[in-house]
Ligand binder design. Structure first.
Ligand SMILES: [Fe+2]
Ligand SMILES: [Fe+2]
Length: 294
């Protein structure tokens, strides 16, 4: 005998299928180019400039982005860069790898379209990466590239989730968020949140465990286990950036209170320090925008 499904059962099935669909879309993202890791390995063994150039030139679209970013006011402010070779010679190895990671990441943020939301998400991601770098220097943390990469991609799950929100909710998640925490709203509305989805994407890209864990737990670093240090740095960078870059149509976030936030406290970040860190980011924001405009 065929039993009719109850409304709840239909809803459950609908949810299950929706989550499967979202996860499948995340798993279908093109692999993250391995240029940055290849170039890092070449730099470590003092390879010739031409070898590095060969690796970068292999993907013409990425090579063009790298050159554009290297010429931006943020990265190339001290030099005139006219070619990839100039970029390799003049940027310095650390900056060069950062430019490559940014160039590779930027393509994923353009997939959902070229609207204001996509632009703002990429801008927020780049600003968080710059803040992470400032924070690393202030705390003498030597994992700059790891933390910078995790910060740049911490919201990568949103690039997939936002598309589903537009299709299923006819709205952006930000608009329906109200005062609630975004991850909770995402779980309720779509059955999965951008942190969890980011973790799936990071594992699929075979990122180092600490980068994936930081993406997966940038709102709750306590759950990142042995990768707490990197996750907590991304958490702080995200909080400090979010408090500065206020979006026009979303409710302003309550300001972070470093003296009462356990993550800030664990890193020894005081209120006075956050003021300096945020002032540093504000100084660099125009550069971030020029970098994104390329
Ligand atoms: Fe987030
Ligand atoms: Fe964020």
């Amino acid at each position: 005998m065929i039993r009719e499904l109850s409304g709840n059962e239909v809803n459950e099935i609908h949810y299950e299928l929706l989550v499967k669909d979202i996860v499948a879309a995340a798993e279908k993202l093109p692999p993250f180019p391995d240029i940055a890791w290849k170039v890092t390995a070449l730099i470590k063994r003092d390879a010739l400039i031409t070898e590095i150039e060969e690796v970068i030139k292999y993907d013409q679209a990425i090579a063009a982005r790298i050159l554009r970013l290297a010429q931006s006011a943020y990265f190339g402010r001290r030099f005139e860069i006219n070619s990839l070779r100039d970029a390799i010679l003049l940027l310095g190895s650390k900056r060069l790898v950062q430019v490559i990671v940014a160039a590779c990441a930027s393509r994923y943020f353009e997939r959902g379209g070229a609207g204001r939301d996509e632009k703002e998400l990429w801008e927020h991601s780049a600003a968080t990466a710059i803040m992470a770098e400032i924070l690393c220097r202030r705390l003498s943390n030597r994992k700059i590239l790891t933390i910078y990469t995790a910060a740049l991609l911490h919201d990568i799950g949103k690039t997939v989730l936002n598309i589903y929100a537009k299709i299923y909710l006819h709205s952006t998640l930000r608009q329906i968020r109200g005062e609630s925490r975004l991850v909770k709203v995402e779980q309720r509305a779509l059955g999965i949140d951008h942190q969890e989805l980011g973790g799936i994407i990071g594992r699929n890209w075979k990122f180092p465990g600490e980068i994936t864990a930081a993406i997966e737990h940038h709102h709750d670093p306590e759950r990142a286990g042995r990768f707490y240090q990197v996750a907590s740095m991304v958490y702080v960078a995200n909080e400090l950036t979010g408090a500065i870059v206020v979006k026009k149509d979303s409710p302003s976030r309550p300001p972070v209170d470093p003296d009462h936030d356990p993550v800030f406290k664990s890193l020894g970040i005081t209120r006075k320090m956050t003021e300096h860190l945020q002032a540093d980011l504000v100084k660099n924001l125009a550069g971030v925008k020029s970098m994104l405009a390329g």
